[in-house]
Design a protein around this ligand. Sequence first.
Ligand SMILES: *Cc1c(COP(=O)(O)O)cnc(C)c1O
Length: 358
Amino acid sequence: MQLRVPGPTPCPPQALEAQGKEMINHRGEEFRKLILDITWSLKQMFQTQDDVLILTASGTGGLEAAIVNTLSPGDKVLALSIGAFGDRFSDIAHNFGAEVEKLDFEWGRAAHPEVVEKRLKDDSRIKAVMVTHNETSTGVTNDLEAISRVAKEYDKLLLVDAVSSLSCIDLPVDLWGCDVVVTASQKGWMSPPGLAMVSISERGWKAVSEAQMPRYYWDLSRARSFLEKGQTPWTPAISTLYALYSTLKLMEGEGLANIIKRHVRVGDRARMRIEELGLSLFPKEAYSNTVTAVNIPSDVDSRKLLTTMRRKYNIVLAGGQQRLSGKIFRIGHMGWVGEEDIDQIIVALKKALPESKR
Ligand SMILES: *Cc1c(COP(=O)(O)O)cnc(C)c1O
């Protein structure tokens, strides 16, 4: 079975083998070496000298950590949303008592930095900007470089959901001045679910020292002080750490620049071949190199198509989320993926489409 949803992603055999190893004491020397090695490697992939902390969580736990550690109830935040994950990030801030101004852009388009700039210029109360780097629900990648430039120009804290981009799409955390950046093991990192990885800048730590939102499990200060001892505050997902260690080695072998280039090639190929099939892409701009969203033709039944692809051709694709349910399907192509995987999907789609008419 080819798993081509945008997370969890396929794991290479090295990762599957690694995660089957026996447990170790997470307060012992062997674990200390493991977590320090992984943290060092993660910093290379985040392109940062800042702290990177590993939480036992899915990506959403990392997003919650970003918010509750840096904000206080009543803080005004500007939440940019171009899809379901932007909405989720915004909802978390709202639920913890932030005053959220949501800046929605049409699904299928990217956030416009000049609109962001106007809001920041007009409202000095805004403390933080929240943004999704790669919107997995629509297959759009925001221009994070431009957005971060605006956020820095107005001296705002910048919180980034990079769950489906980091390690696949270029994101130089330090260069762009991103204060908190969140990703998760089951996306481009080719590992099983279980870990969220969060970078935090010096400016981020300053916000942490003032932030009043309630937190316990997600306390990043505590995570940092335990990491100094080579530990985590709570029992970590040791098996997923084993897997991540093995995939980081693979990634170091290939090199980050090459990984990013491979995702550009794979994304280009997916878009080109989808259009060759006579299908149209859902996004209108800023196409993602980790997930391709495709409009379902009006004479095709979306559920039939996904079922046929899975049962007959052994390929698992994703449907649309929320308002896009039944309207699009999505191909995840992040992490352990090459152009030949795209070709296989296209061959199957070509047969499955006429077999899935309404
Ligand atoms: C997958 C994903 C998340 C996190 O989802 P979890 O199921 O909590 O891991 C968050 N944001 C984006 C953009 C994602 O693609």
